[in-house]
Design a protein around this ligand. Sequence first.
Ligand SMILES: Nc1ncnc2c1ncn2[C@@H]1O[C@H](COP(=O)(O)OP(=O)(O)OP(=O)(O)O)[C@@H](O)[C@H]1O
Length: 385
Amino acid sequence: MARIQLENVKKKFGKVTALDGVTIDVKDNEFFVLFGPAGAGKTTMLNCIAGITLPEEGLIKFDGEIMNLVDPAHRNVAMTFENYALYPQMTVYDNMAAALRSNLYKTDEATIKEKVYKAAKIMKMENLLERLPSQLSNGQKQRVAMGRSLVRNPNVFLMDEPLAHLDAKLRNSMRTELKKIQADLGSTCIYVTHDFLEAMALGDRIAIVKEGRIVQVGSGDEIYYLPCNKFVAQLMGEPQINIIAGKMMVNGSQRQFVINVLGQEVALPMPEDAPLFAKLDQLGEVSLEMGLRPQNIAYRFEPAEGYFKATVYSYESIGNKSVIVAECGGYQVRMIAPNGLHVDIDQAVYVKPDVGHAMFFDGQSENFVGRYAEADYRALANEEA
Ligand SMILES: Nc1ncnc2c1ncn2[C@@H]1O[C@H](COP(=O)(O)OP(=O)(O)OP(=O)(O)O)[C@@H](O)[C@H]1O
């Protein structure tokens, strides 16, 4: 297993810049997640590490050794592709054994058998070993592709959305299994996903990728609670964080976040947080955006003090919970609710933002300015580092 580094790696495809100076340092034995929107450059990063794609600039290092000119077969990486890449004419057993039988590894058949059965057991597919890929479901093919990586002892596992085609239940159990396997094998793993929960569950650290650049690297908690900008805050969370534009004002000794509701100024009283206010004061009276997670907006169906009247725009289940989207004075706010409520579209709902959990972004640059209880979250992030 190995430490994997990319230093200022650049890759263009024609006019498209896929990687625009990527630097990452993945520790030995780390589970490192690449998370970002489609087309951000995640797969290209894996391909550069595997040697399938040659970057125009920058270095790829394994344990400090420059690999740029080492061909893929000699990098000893195990890559699991989203499209499985199985040999159609070979049984599952032979697919899994293929790499070990190659000239490069020349493993004896008894060892191969032991390794294939061990991987098949982990992947819960001992009963599939005699089948051909055409006789497998997509989810089963995916497990074979993963199993094929597991039989090797590679420098690094590169996994490109390996669980994407599995149904939700299998995906959950495989996710737990994967993390366990990685810990047991003591392996370095670089894992691409679109799925926020998967990134949070698996990553020792997560790198946020946007337009060929690394925007932020940190533990899941660090990125979730202390996102470096609005883009990261919006990416990290399901349902997405609420963003409300406004200005911080002082009224006597009371801070207020003033927002515009249908042409009227509405002031939200802000609880005291001296370090946060000091940061905001430094900025002066600039436009801000307040980020408030859906779980930090309370709702009820009868009027109450401190609650704003809104109407239900949608009520939708997202698995084990639901999201109520409410419309209030031109704003749409997302809130978490239990499944199975009796809620009608357009009915009245009363909402109350718990602004004591807010984070703030500069309205112009969209960079993170500060948040409530920031020191506590920084301490949590340092503990995890
Ligand atoms: N072989 C190629 N030829 C031309 N353009 C490419 C090629 N491979 C990738 N690109 C482009 O490079 C950019 C990065 O692509 P990449 O596949 O790395 O993104 P990604 O983050 O993995 O996206 P997804 O999550 O959709 O797989 C995209 O704009 C893509 O269209």
